[in-house]
Design a protein. Structure first.
Length: 571
């Protein structure tokens, strides 16, 4: 039977019991009403009739007057039509006879008195008979009421017990299977598929239990069928990770260590079983390397490993699932060999740059002497050649200077001579150094530098070199007879901003993020505009070494704006 039919049967049974209880109550109430009505209608009226007749008899001294006769006749007729009890009819007939005899007397007082006595005796008999009947019917009605009370109480109690049992047991009949199903589903969600529901009923719960049991069996089969392949893939991945030369450390979303390959364990100095499953910040309290991996954002790291200093780059990969971060992987790549090559390259460049500066300076000195008329006159062609040689020597000297500065930055040997200076000193020196170059291209440099600006804390030579580099680039990329704006202003409460704005063709947005990279050159630039690709990179290093910031803003057709900031002195 289905749950719906069981509910219908249960409620129908309760409804039937309620109908039975109501029916019995109505039946016994009707019987009580009938018994009471019989008492009032039959016996009580007979008593009343006899009482009225007796009162009329007592009121007459002997013979009856017309009024008494009429009253007795009226009640006697009613009594004759209200005979209900056994023997009452004979008494009523005798009463009629005596009454007729009393009416027929013609002044015989003695006989009238005798008839009065007989009539009273008959009236008493009729009254006593009806009184006895009233008592009997009262006892019958009382018994009916007691039986009704007992039966209705029994039926009502039975109905209450059934309803109470239904109220107590029925919610459990519905809720218990649902509660058990909920607990089994929670276990299944924990990948515990050995769950079975033992619903013995043949209703919807039984069907639900069978369907659930079938589902868990299928899930268990599917889990077991894939477990071997999953374990194999897990083992293969672990083998691949352990065979890599990079250190790999896996963390979950709560920073618990999931795995660490052999290289990572060697660098951290702890075996895998001591790392896996532990909270990484707890281990980092006593492990400097792990603390640096978790806290520091530096990409390049120097680690003492294999009895030597080694260089590594850190890369943190976030593991996501449905746009939710579920963990991270830290990869340390060993770049020691590349660092050694880079150091060798840097040292080589520094050595070559330093060695080239002396002969180039000698060439420039010799060119100066050749241009002196005291050495001898040169013709126009020779003068042009000397100018070309001087320009090439200047370019070579600039390139070697930039290479030497870059070598100092890369080797960490950059030395800064901080001092207090007014921004106008930096601006005047840079503008004076490029005045000839600007005049040759007919480019005007508009300077906006308030003399009331506060001093800045900076390395005067290197900051001037940066501003010269920015102005030189602005002149290169400006059209002839154009304007370059050099603006110095208060940027923040504690910073001064230097900006150089040209009105050339501008820089494409896709190149702005790489403009300060080493050796990067903007595609499409002319030979006169391009250099070594080191100037802006060196400028960035110089400014950041002074705790400043450097940046660029540009749009095609609108020109470019390069700017940098320095810390001010005072308020």
């Amino acid at each position: 039977m289905t749950i719906k039919n069981k509910l219908r049967a249960g409620f129908s049974f309760l409804f039937l019991l309620a109908l039975v209880c109501c029916g019995l109550s109505i039946y016994f109430l009707t019987r009580l009403s009938v018994d009471a009505r019989d008492i009032l209608k039959d016996n009580y009226k007979s008593v009343q009739y006899t009482k009225n007749i007796g009162a009329s008899i007592d009121a007459s001294a002997g013979l009856l007057n017309s009024r008494q006769t009429e009253l007795i006749e009226e009640n006697l007729v009613k009594q004759e039509h209200n005979v209900t009890e056994h023997g009452e009819q004979q008494l009523t007939d005798s009463l009629r006879v005596k009454f007729d005899a009393l009416k027929a007397l013609n002044g015989d007082e003695a006989k009238a008195v005798q008839l009065h006595t007989d009539i009273k005796r008959l009236l008493y008999g009729i009254m006593q008979l009806n009184m006895n009947a009233i008592e009997h019917k009262y006892a019958t009605a009382k018994k009916t009421a007691d039986d009704a009370t007992l039966l209705v109480a029994f039926v009502g109690s039975f109905l209450f017990l059934v309803a109470f049992s239904f109220t107590v047991n029925f919610p459990g009949y519905i809720a218990n299977p649902i509660k058990e199903l909920t607990e089994r589903i929670k276990e299944v969600s924990k990948r515990n598929y050995h769950q079975q529901l033992n619903f013995k009923s043949n209703d919807e719960f039984g069907e639900l239990g069978q369907a659930f049991n079938t589902m868990t069996k299928k899930l268990d089969e599917y889990e077991n069928s894939n477990l071997a392949s999953i374990l194999f893939e897990k083992k293969r991945i672990e083998t691949i990770i352990n065979s890599m030369h990079d250190a790999i450390l896996g963390l979950d979303e709560k920073s618990f260590i999931i795995f660490a390959n052999e290289v990572a364990c060697t660098l951290i100095g702890m075996p895998e079983e001591s790392l896996t499953g532990r909270y990484a910040p707890d281990i980092s309290i006593e492990n400097d390397l792990l603390r640096n991996l978790l806290v520091n954002d530096q990409i390049k790291m120097k680690i003492y490993a294999d009895n030597r200093e080694s260089y590594y780059t850190k890369e943190v990969l976030s593991v996501t699932s449905k746009d939710k971060v579920i963990g991270s992987v830290i990869i340390l790549k060993n770049i020691t060999e590349f660092q050694q090559l880079d150091d060798a390259k840097t040292n080589f460049i520094a050595t070559i740059s330093h060695e080239l500066k002396t002969p180039i300076s000698s060439i420039k000195m010799s060119l100066k002497l050749l241009e002196d008329s005291r050495i001898g006159e040169v013709n126009a062609e020779q003068k042009q050649l000397l100018e070309n040689i001087d320009e090439d020597a200047r370019r070579l000297l600039q390139i070697t200077g930039e290479l030497l500065d870059m070598a100092q930055v890369e080797t960490g040997k950059l030395q800064l001579n901080f001092g207090s200076t007014h921004p106008k000193n930096i601006v005047d020196y840079a503008v004076k150094a490029l005045k000839t170059t600007a005049d040759q291209k007919q480019v005007s440099i508009n300077v906006h530098c308030d003399e009331n600006l506060p001093d800045v804390q900076a390395d005067l030579d290197k900051t001037t070199w940066v501003l010269i580099n920015l102005l030189s680039n602005a002149i290169k990329y400006s059209h002839e007879k154009s304007v370059v704006d050099l603006i110095v202003k208060i940027y923040k409460a504690d910073e001064i901003e230097f900006s150089v704005q040209d009105h050339g063709r501008g820089i494409d947005q896709k190149y702005l993020s790489r403009i300060f990279e080493r050796y990067f050159k903007i595609p499409g630039a002319t030979a006169e505009q391009t250099g070594t690709g080191l100037g802006l990179a060196i400028a960035k290093d110089f400014i950041e070494a002074q705790a400043g910031k450097i940046g660029v803003e540009s749009e095609i057709g609108e020109g470019s704006r390069f700017y940098f900031t320095l810390k001010r002195i005072g308020n």
